[in-house]
Design a protein around this ligand. Structure first.
Ligand SMILES: C[S@@+](CC[C@H](N)C(=O)[O-])C[C@H]1O[C@@H](n2cnc3c(N)ncnc32)[C@H](O)[C@@H]1O
Length: 258
């Protein structure tokens, strides 16, 4: 965690509500805090965690096409697969949380921006709903294809390309999409652009999950701008920013400890 993130983490810890729900007056957010936030381990995640284990043990090195804000840890274009697995993937407890969030949404297709090696995709696929995940680096996409094939998850569909090129068509073709996890290209302009596009096209009551809202000044600024918009409930969990679209409702904002 960088110094900036640590400062925000401490501030969040002091000011956020607990997941016991004390002080949360919205029935929807109270239910979310008390039923969805608490962690739960399940056997259905074993296949996804096998991908992580295999990738951490890999001795392969691949050429990277970096279309996003990149990694703070390295700027080379060749990377060890095990190093990607160590630094770029969501930890297991956050993957389980994403699964619970997706399950809490009414049935619909799920979208992920940023497949990487396919770990979060495999967790989302455990919902048994159609999952579409986008990755811009062809070599990483290839590895994710192999990994997902090994899990046998036929509901996971991996798309290779830049988010900017794939997203508009995807949203036109999948009006039932009511969950989007944005875990790539952590830049101010790009994050707001994806937010606007998703808000315009996603199903009513859809959920957007933004990763790493305190990763940089740009992400912090983007999250602040997102929170200031209308017709939504926003929840700051420090690690993730949640946006529940509520077309008929005045905006509400919450801070909860995950
Ligand atoms: C943090 S990783 C995703 C991790 C993954 N969700 C997990 O935890 O299992 C982000 C991925 O997004 C991809 N990416 C970043 N910007 C992109 C863009 N503009 N278009 C397509 N892919 C992009 C990167 O190549 C990288 O593999």
């Amino acid at each position: 965690m960088s110094f900036l993130q640590l400062r925000h983490y401490l501030n969040h810890h002091i000011t956020a509500s607990s997941k016991a729900g004390h002080g949360i007056h919205s029935p929807f957010v109270y239910e979310l805090a008390t039923r969805v936030l608490p962690d739960k381990k399940e056997d259905i995640f074993d296949a996804a965690e096998r991908i992580r284990t295999n990738m951490l043990a890999s001795s392969q090195s691949i050429q990277i096409t970096d279309l996003g804000a990149g990694s703070r840890k390295t700027s080379t274009t060749h990377r060890q697969v095990r190093e990607i697995a160590k630094t770029s993937l969501q930890p297991a407890w956050r993957c389980r949380f994403l699964y619970r969030l997706a399950m809490h949404q009414s049935p619909g297709s799920l979208l992920e921006l940023g497949t990487s090696l396919g770990v979060t995709t495999a967790y989302l696929a455990a919902t048994n709903r159609p999952v579409f995940s986008m990755e811009g680096c062809p070599n990483i996409h290839k590895l994710a294809m192999q990994n997902l094939k090994e899990t046998g998850a036929e509901n996971a569909h991996l798309l290779c390309g830049h988010f900017d090129d794939l997203l508009p068509n995807f949203l036109r073709e999948h009006p039932d999409c009511n969950f989007a996890f944005i875990d790539g290209n952590h830049r101010y302009d790009a994050t707001l652009q994806y937010y606007e596009l998703l808000k315009r096209h996603m199903a009513p009551n859809a959920l957007m999950v933004f990763d790493d809202i305190y990763w940089s000044e740009g992400m912090k600024k983007a999250w602040k701008k997102i929170v200031s918009q209308q017709n939504q409930i926003t929840i700051d969990l420090f690690y993730f920013g949640l946006v529940y679209l509520r077309p008929e409702q005045a905006p509400e904002h919450f801070k909860i400890k995950l």
